[in-house]
Design a binder for this molecule. Structure first.
Ligand code: MUC
Ligand code: MG
Length: 371
């Protein structure tokens, strides 16, 4: 199935409440959609999400669209979608970095390849091991009472029993106290974890992690800046509570270094971080070989992007820490005609050809930017 056209859309989707991270508070989440078409008009769709323009990572939505159109698209048009790994190899030879742009294009090509054969994408990645995956919810309203209410409602409705708290913004000691109050409120019924999004220095991390560990917190995500691998390694050795690497895993080479020097003993995997699904599967292999546990991360994608990640994560044997594929639940609206189904603390991996999602083109154009 040869790729005949490729187009890119920037889409802004409103969220149900402000979502506060160390570097940005999301009220409108931006996703990038890529559509490729093959013979007979068959379509493959891809998605990546970014957080806060240029505040989370170097690739902005505008740069992603521009770089795909100018530098990646010409390398892809006319190629056979079934050769998606070979296409990624060509793209990697000519385009440095740009992992978000690459991930969105590869996802669209992979879906076209799967649809051409009438099979779900997970079959192209070796076959599904998990039909459903555990899903964490991120409590990030910025208000302790509201977070506790959100957690209790979620536990009661069997929505989530894993909660991640974003604690990179504001005073570290106050944030630790906020986390411990939430842990006290939910007790053993839920796993409570924190994501610092690189906001601490090493001395701050040492006293904060000690208090979090004593308070029964289960996982500490990216406490130090992405560059500080030595500091991450020291924290990993010092504490019993697992330290998870996220932003420090932004290329396969970096993943290897982090594994080798144990700058974290859990990896948050994300297709956008390393340039696509094929590369993410390689991250899982590095982790497996190094005895590092995995967690299925998100950049807060919509239903399509969530389906994309879920297909790949469903083929990875050991996802010890579950996933945080909660993206669609944070949006007030969706760009697909069908929804991702969440039940009994888990996400059901959508079935059907491709990613199993039917795009709602009218909705997409309602939220899409005109440039
Ligand atoms: C991150 O750093 O993990 C994912 C969920 C969330 O609330 O923020 C993101 C990015
Ligand atoms: Mg993170």
């Amino acid at each position: 199935m040869n790729i005949q056209t490729l187009d890119v859309l920037i889409v802004d989707l409103p969220t149900i409440r402000p979502h506060q991270l160390a570097m940005h508070t999301i009220v409108m989440q931006t996703i990038i959609l890529v559509r490729v078409t093959g013979e007979g008009g068959l379509e493959g769709w891809g998605e990546v999400a970014t957080i806060g323009g240029a505040s989370y990572c170097a690739e902005t939505p505008e740069a992603i669209k521009m770089n795909i159109e100018k530098y990646i698209k010409p390398l892809v048009i006319g190629r056979n979608a079934a050769h998606f790994d070979s296409i990624s190899h060509t793209v990697n030879k000519h385009v440095v970095g740009n992992t978000f742009a690459k991930a969105s294009v590869e996802a669209a090509i992979v879906e076209l390849a799967a649809k051409a054969r009438g099979i779900p994408v997970h079959e192209l990645f070796g076959g599904q091991i998990h039909a459903s995956l555990p899903v964490a919810w991120t409590l990030a309203s910025g208000d302790t009472r509201r977070d506790i209410e959100e957690a209790k409602e979620s536990l009661h409705a069997k929505g989530h029993n894993i909660f991640k708290l974003k604690i990179g913004m504001g005073e570290p000691k106050r944030n630790v106290a906020h986390v411990l109050k939430i842990k006290e409120a939910v007790g053993d019924e839920a796993s409570v974890r924190v994501d610092v999004n690189q906001a601490w220095d090493e001395t701050t991390a040492m006293y904060c992690i000690e208090a979090l560990e004593d308070g029964g917190i289960d996982l500490i995500e990216q406490p130090l800046p992405a560059w500080n691998k030595e500091g991450m390694a020291r924290l990993t050795t010092r504490f019993k509570v697992p330290i998870m690497a996220d932003e420090s895993l932004s290329s396969l080479e970096e993943v290897y270094q982090v594994a080798k020097y144990r700058a974290g003993n859990v990896f948050s995997i994300k297709p956008a971080n390393v340039g696509g699904l094929t590369a993410t599967k390689k991250v899982a292999a590095i982790a497996e070989a190094a005895g590092i546990s995995l967690y299925g991360g998100t950049m807060i994608e919509s239903s399509l992007g969530t389906a994309i990640s879920s297909h790949l994560y469903s083929t990875i044997p050991e996802m010890k820490y579950g996933t945080e594929l909660f993206g669609p639940l944070l949006f007030t609206d969706t760009v697909t005609a069908n929804a991702i189904s969440y039940e009994d603390f888990r996400l059901k991996v959508p079935s059907g050809p491709g990613y199993g999602m039917e795009m709602d083109v009218e909705k997409i154009f309602h939220y899409a930017r005109e440039y």
